[in-house]
Design a protein around this ligand. Structure first.
Ligand SMILES: *Cc1c(COP(=O)(O)O)cnc(C)c1O
Length: 228
């Protein structure tokens, strides 16, 4: 079981990066995919509230096993339309909206007794053929469709830049995301979340304006191999 050191170290690094960039510290999303529920419990006991999962089924099982804790669950993996109903029930946030079909499916399936589902539009910022996410010129169309849905709450944008070893190019991708985020905010002033930066590059993402970073390995250690 992990000690409290990694979380403290990350929090210290977040505060240092934010203060160096003269920005507010971003929210920390703990990415718990493929990590056991005990590891999530250990972090929750240290005050970590928000957790990110990539697979709907895995998140459903974990949420059930951790129902005694008041945690916030984010979907950060690609969502297939046929899983939209389960996702709309299971998560507090879906960060990976990248097409109109998902907007309708999630809005229709969000249970009425739950608060509106928080959503981010995922942008394929490096235009990688292999990656999910919409192109920058599709953001506004998606945003308009989302805000028309009372069961959805548009919170902002999310991106996974290409793992370019040249940090300067990753910084440029983060910076382009920040520009897109500011543009989105002009038309939708209550948008407040720019989710970008992972274990390797979160300091860079914070200096370019991330308001939420998604950290797995640096918090939990390496992920166990997939079992299913
Ligand atoms: C796995 C994952 C992360 C966390 O990655 P680490 O390098 O382990 O910090 C963040 N965001 C997304 C979308 C992921 O799939």
């Amino acid at each position: 079981m992990s000690t409290s050191q990694p979380l403290q170290n990350i929090r210290t690094a977040i505060d240092a990066a934010a203060s160096a960039a003269n920005r507010a510290p971003p929210r920390l999303l703990a990415v718990s995919k493929r990590q056991p529920v005990e590891a999530i419990r250990a972090l929750a006991a240290q005050g970590q509230h928000a957790f990110g999962e990539n697979y709907v089924q895995e998140a459903m099982a974990k949420r059930e096993q951790l129902a005694d804790l008041d945690l916030e669950w984010h979907l950060i993996g690609h969502l297939q339309s046929n899983k939209a109903a389960e996702a709309a029930r299971t998560f507090d946030w879906v960060q990976t909206i990248d097409r109109l079909k998902l907007v309708d499916a999630l809005a229709r399936r969000r249970p009425p007794e739950l608060a509106p589902l928080n959503v981010l539009i995922q942008v394929n910022i490096d235009d990688e053929a292999s990656k999910h996410g919409c192109s920058p010129d599709q953001i506004e169309t998606l945003a308009i469709a989302i805000v028309a849905q009372p069961r959805l709450h548009l919170r902002g944008l999310m991106a996974i830049p290409a793992p370019d070893p040249h940090l300067e190019r990753r910084a440029q991708a983060f910076s382009r995301m920040h520009t897109l985020f500011e543009r989105l905010r002009e038309g939708h002033p209550d948008v407040d979340t720019l989710s970008m930066g992972m274990s390797e590059d979160f300091v860079l993402a914070i200096s370019e304006g991330a308001s939420m970073i998604r950290i797995g390995t640096a918090l939990f250690g390496a992920r166990p191999d997939r079992q299913c």
